[in-house]
Ligand binder design. Structure first.
Ligand SMILES: C[S@@+](CC[C@H](N)C(=O)[O-])C[C@H]1O[C@@H](n2cnc3c(N)ncnc32)[C@H](O)[C@@H]1O
Length: 252
């Protein structure tokens, strides 16, 4: 850690380190990684707010080309070098054990071609999240994914996530707030456009309001559940839900 290194400078270095491996997989993979990591406030937001912690076993559902794995690795590399990690940022895992679950074979292929060489090696599973096995884990990340499946399937995924998380584990779930009609409609439109550009079929999507998402998570046993607006600088109505699996009580 370092009192003088600025968080802006550290973020620029992380952005560079986490996106550079994608050059190997071609222009699309590289430009997509640079644009997504640079413009989407969620990645830096997780770091600034210390939401990852030192949770080592990570499952990233709907991981796309594995950008979060690359960021975890870049963060570990920066912390391993004295004086480069800002004092204001909490530590993240020195060697995360990462599993990415992704439906689209092309995304998994890009992920493997770009960051398959990292140490420890990230694992990518090309499967539907509604059926894929959930490994025991400390952190689950689901960013802009659950709206692709219907309400019953969303609940099924979240129930299995709760079961896979170890006591003290955390779910970081970003969703659109369907109660915020304009922002939600814009994010749905952008989502459909990007899906088309990536060469995928556009299917219907299923939303919930923020209070419905919160109630669902609480009903499944997550506690506490905290909602953080997570669309600064964009026209969307995205919210990051931080949902913890309680530590087991020692008195029982
Ligand atoms: C909007 S992208 C978000 C990618 C990544 N989470 C991020 O934030 O950069 C949604 C991803 O979820 C994947 N996806 C959609 N339905 C899925 C399913 N049933 N199982 C696994 N992945 C799915 C899509 O293929 C896509 O890569």
């Amino acid at each position: 850690m370092n009192d003088t290194v600025s968080t802006d400078a550290a973020w620029r270095q992380l952005h560079e380190a986490a996106t550079a491996p994608y050059k190997k997989a071609g222009n699309f993979a590289w430009h997509f990684a640079r644009g997504k990591l640079g413009r989407d406030p969620v990645f830096r937001g997780l770091i600034e707010r210390g939401l990852i912690g030192e949770r080592r076993r990570v499952v990233d559902i709907g991981c796309g080309q594995g950008l979060f794995a690359s960021l975890l690795s870049a963060m570990a590399g920066m912390q391993a070098q004295p004086g480069r990690w800002p004092a204001a940022w909490a530590a993240t895992p020195a060697a995360a054990e990462y599993t990415g679950i992704e439906l689209m074979p092309k995304d998994v292929a890009r992920a493997k071609a770009s960051i398959g060489h990292l140490e420890p090696a990230p694992r990518f599973v090309c499967e539907d999240m509604c059926k894929a096995a959930m490994p025991a884990c400390d952190l689950v990340v689901i960013l802009d994914v659950l709206h692709y499946v219907d309400h019953a399937a969303q609940e099924g995924v979240l129930r299995r996530v709760h079961g896979a998380l170890q006591p003290g584990g955390r779910l970081l779930l970003r969703v659109g707030d369907a109660a915020s009609r304009r922002g939600f409609a814009i994010s749905q439109w952008v989502d459909r456009t990007v899906t088309r550009i990536r060469g995928h079929r556009v299917s219907p999507t299923w939303g919930r309001s923020l209070s419905e998402w919160t109630a669902l998570l609480q009903g499944l046993g997550f506690s506490p559940v905290q909602g953080i607006p997570m669309s600064a600088g964009t026209p969307f109505a995205n919210v990051l839900l931080v949902a913890d699996r309680a530590k087991e009580s020692s008195s029982s």
